[in-house]
Design a protein around this ligand. Structure first.
Ligand SMILES: [Zn+2]
Length: 153
């Protein structure tokens, strides 16, 4: 009797783990979730309620890119869009740089924003959606809320 009971538990455990593998959509790296929460908060303060649920967006930190690529958004219609952040870039970034990177990718994946390389007359970037570092002067550190107004415009 105790043997059968144990067998049943084992089979159930296997079924559960198979199911989990099949439907492993919506992965969000623990290191990224505070920035997702902050994105939601900043959006809400500006009258938006972005849907960051697991069936819409998932996000990974991986060691997959050549040095120059910090992150990427892959939009998918039939399954969650994916954000992939380079592990090396992540590990060498400050909190604010991490936020900038995640907000930029969420700008693509969630807000549907394209790149915007325009600059103000003084050379500072109009948007955090600029394509590469150096194309204009990024002042996210000192003008964060201004940039967020532009992002959620
Ligand atoms: Zn981009």
């Amino acid at each position: 009797m105790p043997t059968k009971f144990f067998l049943l538990i084992t089979i159930t455990a296997i079924l559960i783990s198979c199911n989990k593998d099949e439907f492993e959509y919506g992965y969000l790296d623990d290191r990224l979730s505070p920035y997702f929460t902050m994105f939601e908060l900043e959006a809400q303060q500006r009258g938006y309620s972005p849907n960051l649920s697991p069936d819409v967006i998932e996000a990974f930190i991986q060691n997959v890119y050549p040095n120059s690529v910090a992150g990427q958004c892959q939009r998918n219609d039939n399954r969650p869009s994916q954000i992939i952040i380079d592990e090396g870039v992540w590990n060498s970034s400050t909190d604010l740089e991490k936020e900038f990177l995640i907000f930029h990718e969420l700008g693509h994946c969630i807000l549907g924003r394209s790149h915007l390389d325009s600059a103000h007359p003084d050379g500072r970037c109009i948007s955090i959606m600029h394509s590469v570092a150096g194309v204009c002067r990024n002042e996210y550190e000192t003008r964060r809320s201004e940039y967020l107004d532009e992002l959620f415009r």
